[in-house]
Design a protein around this ligand. Structure first.
Ligand code: B12
Length: 393
């Protein structure tokens, strides 16, 4: 009869994941790093990363029964499904977003593993009565990469990603919190934590140098205030034009710090549940302007495109059009300047100016939305101090 830990790990592996256990709780050094990340403001507008700080650093404060974490990794180095015919297919989408929303794909697996854990006799391991197992992907108070390291699944690259020699960094992580006591005789082979995966970055700094906005420091600390992934996915409002150039052609996320990594050049594996879709890898950007937000939500249901949503995808597409500098796209930009969303109108006016058309800013300088009229006036050269408050939108 296999031990509960072994059974769980095998069940996770049978579902196509790399899986290994780590003890719950983070080393003091990691905790200090996280505190420094927050204190320096590296988390940009992601306020949730500072909430429940103590729980993130030691999840036992919220889950007193927790003793260990089974870390799951699903490779996502699937091939590019190709560009579908028709439409205006410009810009780039980060690889993790070429498939259905990974949260939705992996959550049922976590639920099934929770059941396996409960059925495997975990109840005998918890001094709090019933045994527990609870799975999380992204949304729990866990530094999933830190637990990946502690489980021995990989090392933390200078791009701040969990990396492996056999699959690079294209990994999606999830954690299953359990009441299994690691010290209480976990079989050696289920506990990757016994030896750390060796750091194979060496002196290479390609990711640090390759980041177009200088968001990475050589110690693997990321400044989200400069990260293209942050701006395209997480930032809700207007993006200052000074930042646009570094955003290049990215519509959603950014993979540059992974693409330049030599360990990723040969990465080909992917989890069985991931099927890349051409319409997600190379979307027709016209949809972001032509669909209502409701229709967009329906069209992109079950994908991570819903996180930014229609207006932010339109904003990002306008920035890409500005960076491409092709006047042939002006008709789309004109249409965007009448969009129902102030965010889209304000972004469109700057794109239009960059493509050589000032009249849109003239028109929007009297827009009913103060943020839009402010942006138009500033773009036309008015002193920001007198141009309005630019608050709404
Ligand atoms: C917030 C967030 C972001 C933010 C901030 C990213 C960041 N670097 O912090 C933004 C929106 C920018 C982002 C972008 C991306 N993200 Co993200 N993100 C998260 C999220 C939800 C929380 C991360 C967090 O807490 N950050 C705060 C920092 C300080 O924590 P940390 O990065 O874990 O860093 C700690 C470790 O590095 C640790 N550490 C360092 N060295 C060592 C050594 C040892 C021994 C130990 C134990 C620990 C340790 O110390 C640091 C501080 O404590 C996680 C999911 C999760 N719950 O963990 C996904 C996650 C990290 N993201 C992921 C991905 C895929 C991405 C993108 C590639 C998406 C894309 N293509 O655009 C980019 C990559 C950007 C980058 N280079 O980091 C994956 C990473 C998979 C992997 N192989 O590492 C995760 C795990 C999501 C998932 N479920 O798979 N993301």
């Amino acid at each position: 009869m296999p031990s509960p830990a072994k059974l769980l790990q095998h069940q996770a592996e049978a579902r196509g994941f790399l899986a290994a256990f780590a003890p719950i709780g983070l080393p003091a050094e990691t905790q200090l790093r996280y505190r420094a990340f927050i204190e320096n403001g590296n988390h940009a507008g992601m306020r949730y990363l500072e909430k429940n700080l103590e729980e993130r650093l030691d999840p036992r404060r919220r889950f007193p029964w927790a003793k260990s974490v089974l870390v799951l990794a699903a490779a996502h180095a699937y091939p590019d499904p190709g560009v579908p015919p028709g439409g205006l297919r410009l810009g780039r989408v980060a690889r993790y977003a070429w498939v259905r929303d990974y949260h939705a794909l992996i959550a049922p697996q976590l639920r099934a593993l929770e059941e396996v854990a409960r059925g495997a006799g975990l109840e005998t391991t918890s001094p709090y009565g019933l045994g527990e197992a609870k799975g999380y992907i992204d949304h729990g108070p866990f530094l999933e990469r830190g637990y990946g390291v502690l489980a021995g699944l990989g090392w933390l690259g200078k791009n701040s990603m969990l990396m492996r020699m056999d699959g690079g960094s294209y990994l999606t992580l999830a954690v299953l919190l359990t009441s299994l006591e690691l010290e209480a005789g976990l079989p050696e082979e289920t506990s990757g934590g016994s030896s750390l995966y060796p750091d194979r970055c060496g002196r290479c700094t390609r990711c640090v140098k390759g980041c177009p906005t200088g968001a990475l420091s050589p110690d693997g600390m990321l400044d989200a205030r400069k990260c293209v992934s942050y701006w395209t996915i997480e930032h809700r409002g207007f993006i200052a034009p000074e930042l646009w150039q570094g955003m290049g052609e990215w519509l959603l996320g950014c993979d540059i710090c992974q693409e330049v990594c030599p360990w990723n050049s040969k990465a080909r594996q992917h989890w069985q549940g991931f099927e890349p879709e051409a319409e997600l890898a190379h979307p027709d950007i016209r949809q972001f302007f032509e669909l209502s937000s409701h229709a967009f939500a329906k069209r992109f249901q079950g994908t991570v495109f819903l996180r930014p949503g229609r207006t932010r995808m339109a904003r990002n597409a306008l920035i890409v059009l500005s960076n491409l500098g092709d006047e042939n796209h002006l008709s789309l930009v004109r249409k965007a300047s009448s969009d129902a969303s102030p965010l889209v109108r304000a972004t469109a006016l700057h794109t239009a100016i960059r493509l050589g058309e000032k009249s849109i800013a003239d028109k929007l300088s009297t827009d009913s939305d103060p943020m839009v009229s402010y942006q138009a006036r500033v773009a036309l050269g008015e002193d920001p101090a007198t141009a309005g408050n630019g608050l709404a939108g």
